[in-house]
Structures are given as structure tokens and as C-alpha cells.
Ligand binder design. Structure first.
Ligand code: NAD
Length: 466
């Protein structure tokens, strides 16, 4: 909810010193041992646990988040990820044997899991703990040093992280750089073992172009318009609960938030009715009460989202109330929206959910395929053929039936986009893998040349004949 950053930004000179310090630490092998990595992961869990209430208050300041939502969507989730990494890092880091082949078995071919170096992670405002500390856990578990540049749009949480990291973690291996575009630009001029960027596609293009100049490997976790295809015959009450929850969490400022609904035209009003009932169950005293429903992060985003709503040619079925001084936008359903509407022009990233009526599931699939591959695609149906038809004929980061958002919490499922919704995979083991170099290795014994000596020139006719 803040407009002016309250935090002190890191100077450009200090950024150069941080870069040099962490590279020295990496070369010195500070996180070579698994034991050293585990100490940092454990400390990170304590950082959150010991300061739980301070984090809750910071989230209320930045995003007006209900404290319970902060607890389970960010704090508990990140502590849980620390525990998983702490318990499994030995297994993840274990050298892997290559599959047996007769020709090379004697050379003992293996894959060594090695850190990439110093990782730079640039994170967004919307989940400023999970999306900042999640990559930190994976990078440290893999033995990398780590520089975090959190968002300047969530200054209370970013400032708290910057204050606590040096108290809990080793400053030779982890640093936080506070700042906006100038600081991020300076960071991106430097070479890194890996650059991990989470945010908008617009900035991702700048990040990738900068990374190309230093040949730093990049992963991008982006967003887009995640559709929801509703089968009119589905359990509408359950669907409405789960769609509304996905839309209203963090006031719609979630990368995998349902962005729009596609449903057969004659079922549109039934869907609206079910969503209204879900809304009334969630907010019996109205959503605008404090600690009931999140706020938009800043005035610029508030005006952007309100502008999309003001320009829609669709019909507001319910909601639509806004309050600029509070950066409040009510959960809003807009029906009868067409493909060329303002609400379909960009990722909404706010609590407005347009419904686009279609003739049938084929038209829904064609509508999705005419646009960028989304980060998530949701289908609500109890009909296996309906679900398979949508999943088998579209592309998206993930394909989720009968729920929203929860796939990010499932241990063992990667989170990643495809095409314009991102590249690379994260969460838990996948974050470890993202920041791990798979270093091929073998040790070839001299006696092998007695068996495979024919590889050496001269390439005689006799050798060719055998
Ligand atoms: P953003 O792109 O505006 O900012 C993200 C980060 O980039 C911030 O730290 C910011 O300081 C930095 N940045 C801004 N301009 C920059 C520049 N010119 N050069 C270098 N760095 C720059 O994104 P946001 O508004 O904070 O987040 C919202 C977006 O992030 C949405 O599109 C959302 O879908 C996406 N997102 C994706 C995921 C995911 O996991 N895929 C998660 C959360 C958010």
C-alpha cells in the first residue's frame, strides 16, 4: 500500500564491493560442505520464526494483507521449505551415477552436483518473503553465495529482510541489496553464476538483454493471463469457492491468480450467481473491513487496475467499488467480456475477474491458444474427457483441474512458465536444481586403450574393416 519507499537504498559503490566479497567467499569454498549450507538454511528458518509478528505487521503495511493469509501463504510456507531443504540437501547434492553402458562403465561416469557460483535474485512485491527467501534456500542448499534484490514496492517487508539477514546469516555468503531500477541496473552489469528474475515480462526482457552481455545464465518466473475453463456441468459451488479464493488471495496480486473465466454463454449467469454466493460466504461483513481483504500495492497499480475496469465494455455483475485513499478495489465480477476488452489487454493482477462467454469448449481452447502461453491453466469439470481435451490441446506452465493456486504448495511439483510466462523451474528440489551445475565427470583407466585403441589415428583400412 505504500507509495514512497521508506528504506535506505544500497549505494552503487557498495554493490561492487558486495559482488567482489561474495565471489571471494565462493572461491574460498565457504559453502563447500553440506554442514555449512545446513547452518545457513536453519538460520533462515529462525529468521522467520523469531520475527513472525514483525513480518505480519510489515505485510499489513505493504499490502494490507489479512494476517492469517500472510501466515500460511508466506511465513509457514517458507519455514516449511527450509525444513524440506534441511532434511534433503544431502540426497539432492549426492553425486549421481550415469546409466550403465558397457563401453564406459570402467570409466565410472558420474554427474557431480556443483554450485554455479554467486546467484543474483531479483524479486517482486507480491510475495516478498516466499519469492525472495525461497530462491535463497535453494541457492544456499546448492552451495552458492547469494545476492537478493527485493522489490522497492514492498519496502516494509524488503527492509525487514535486509535488516535481519546480516543478523542471522553469514554476510560473507548472503547479502541483500535494496533499491529500484538504478541499483538493479548496476547489479545486472556485473557477471553472475546465475540470475534468477521473478516479475513482469516487460522487465524480464531488460534482465535477459543485460544477462546476455555477461553471458550469465538466466531463469525467469513471470506471469500472464491464467484462464479458468468452467464446464457448465461441474460442481459449481466448489468451483466458485476455489476460483474466488484464488482471485481474492492477496487481492488478486498473485502470479497464478485466475485472470479470466471462459464458460458457455448459457451458463454464465449460473457461474456469476455461484461466485456471488462464494463471495458472501467469504466476506459476511463485506471485504473492505481491515484484516479482511488485501489492498493494492501502490497508487500507480491501483489506477492501472481501476483504469482497466473503467474502460471495460462488459457488465459489472457485482463489486466494482473502489477507494483510492485506501487503494481498495472490491472483488469484482464482470460478465459478457469480449476478447478485445480492456480487461483482456494485460494481466489484471488485481481482484477483478472477467467472464468471457464462449460457444463451447472448442472455442475456449481456440481463445487460449490465440494468446501467450499462461503460467497456469485451470479447468473445473468432473468429466475426464472435458479436462483431457483442454489440457491436451493447450500449453501453459501448469495444468490444474478443480482447484487454484494450491499446486505451488505441493512438494514435488515444479513451478515454472513456458514461453512468455517464464523459463526454468522452482520450488524446493527444483530450486536446488536450478542453481546447480551438472558437472559430467569420469576417470578413464589406461588399460581401456587395449580395448578401444582403434579410436586413435592412423585410421587404416584394417581398422575400418574391424
Ligand atoms: P516488476 O517486474 O515490476 O518488478 C520485479 C523486480 O524487478 C523488482 O525487484 C524491481 O525493482 C525490478 N525491476 C523493475 N524495473 C527494473 C529494470 N528496469 N531493470 C531491472 N530490474 C527492474 O514486477 P512486480 O510488479 O513486482 O511483480 C508483478 C509481476 O511479477 C506480475 O507480472 C506477476 O505475474 C509476476 N510474478 C511471477 C511469479 C512467478 O513465480 N512466476 C511470482 C510472482 C510474481
Amino acid at each position: 500500500m505504500s507509495d514512497t519507499p521508506q528504506m535506505k537504498f544500497t549505494s552503487l559503490e557498495e554493490i561492487d564491493v558486495i559482488h567482489a566479497t561474495l565471489h571471494r567467499s565462493f572461491k574460498a569454498g565457504k559453502l563447500k560442505s553440506i554442514a555449512a549450507r545446513k547452518i545457513q538454511i536453519l538460520q533462515l528458518a529462525y529468521l522467520i520464526q523469531d520475527n513472525y509478528d514483525a513480518f505480519k505487521a510489515a505485510f499489513t503495511k505493504d499490502l494490507g494483507r489479512p494476517t492469517l493469509e500472510t501466515a500460511f501463504m508466506e511465513l509457514d510456507a517458507t519455514i516449511g521449505d527450509c525444513k524440506i531443504a534441511y532434511d534433503r540437501v544431502e540426497k539432492w547434492a549426492r553425486t549421481e551415477k550415469a546409466p550403465f553402458t558397457l563401453n564406459f562403465a570402467a570409466s565410472n561416469p558420474v554427474i557431480r552436483k556443483e554450485p554455479k557460483g554467486v546467484v543474483l535474485s531479483i524479486s517482486p512485491f507480491n510475495y516478498p518473503v516466499w519469492l525472495s527467501l525461497g530462491p535463497m534456500i535453494g541457492a544456499l542448499a546448492a552451495g552458492n553465495c547469494f545476492v537478493l534484490k527485493p522489490s522497492e514496492l514492498s519496502p516494509a517487508v524488503s527492509g525487514l529482510i535486509a535488516e535481519l539477514v546480516p543478523k542471522y546469516l553469514d554476510s560473507d555468503v548472503v547479502r541483500v541489496v535494496l533499491g529500484g531500477i538504478p541499483e538493479a541496473t548496476r547489479l545486472l552489469e556485473l557477471p553472475w553464476g546465475h540470475i534468477h528474475y521473478t516479475g513482469s515480462g516487460r522487465v524480464a526482457r531488460i534482465v535477459c538483454a543485460a544477462a546476455a552481455k555477461t553471458l550469465s545464465p538466466v531463469s525467469t518466473e513471470l506471469g500472464g493471463k491464467s484462464p479458468v475453463v468452467v464446464d457448465p456441468k461441474c460442481d459449481l459451488k466448489t468451483a466458485a469457492n476455489r476460483i474466488m479464493w484464488g482471485k481474492c488471495t492477496n487481492a488478486g496480486q498473485t502470479c497464478v491468480s485466475p485472470d479470466y473465466i471462459l464458460v458457455q454463454e448459457d451458463a454464465q449467469d449460473a457461474v456469476v450467481q455461484a461466485l456471488k454466493e462464494a463471495h458472501d460466504r467469504f466476506y459476511p461483513s463485506g471485504p473492505s473491513i481491515p484484516n479482511g481483504f488485501g489492498r493494492i500495492v501502490n497508487r500507480a497499480h491501483f489506477l492501472r487496475i481501476k483504469g482497466l475496469l473503467d474502460r471495460t465494455a462488459g457488465e459489472i455483475a457485482f463489486g466494482g467499488e473502489t477507494n483510492e485513499s485506501e487503494k481498495y478495489i472490491a472483488p469484482t465480477i464482470v460478465k459478457g467480456v469480449k476478447g478485445n476488452d480492456s480487461l483482456m489487454s494485460e494481466e489484471i493482477f488485481g481482484p477483478i475477474l472477467p467472464i468471457v462467454p464462449v460457444k463451447d469448449v472448442d472455442e475456449a481452447i481456440a481463445f487460449i491458444n490465440a494468446r501467450d502461453h499462461p503460467l497456469a491453466l485451470y479447468v473445473f469439470s468432473q468429466d475426464a474427457a472435458f479436462k483431457a481435451k483442454v489440457f491436451d490441446n493447450t500449453q501453459s506452465g501448469s495444468a490444474i483441474a478443480n482447484d487454484t493456486l494450491v499446486h505451488c504448495a505441493v512438494d514435488g511439483l515444479p513451478l515454472g512458465g513456458t514461453g512468455p510466462s517464464g523459463s526454468g523451474y522452482q520450488t524446493r528440489k527444483y530450486t536446488f536444481d536450478l542453481f546447480t551445475h551438472l558437472r559430467s565427470s569420469l576417470d578413464s583407466p589406461g588399460w581401456l586403450d587395449k580395448v578401444f585403441g582403434s579410436r586413435f589415428p592412423p585410421y587404416t583400412a584394417r581398422k575400418e574393416a574391424t
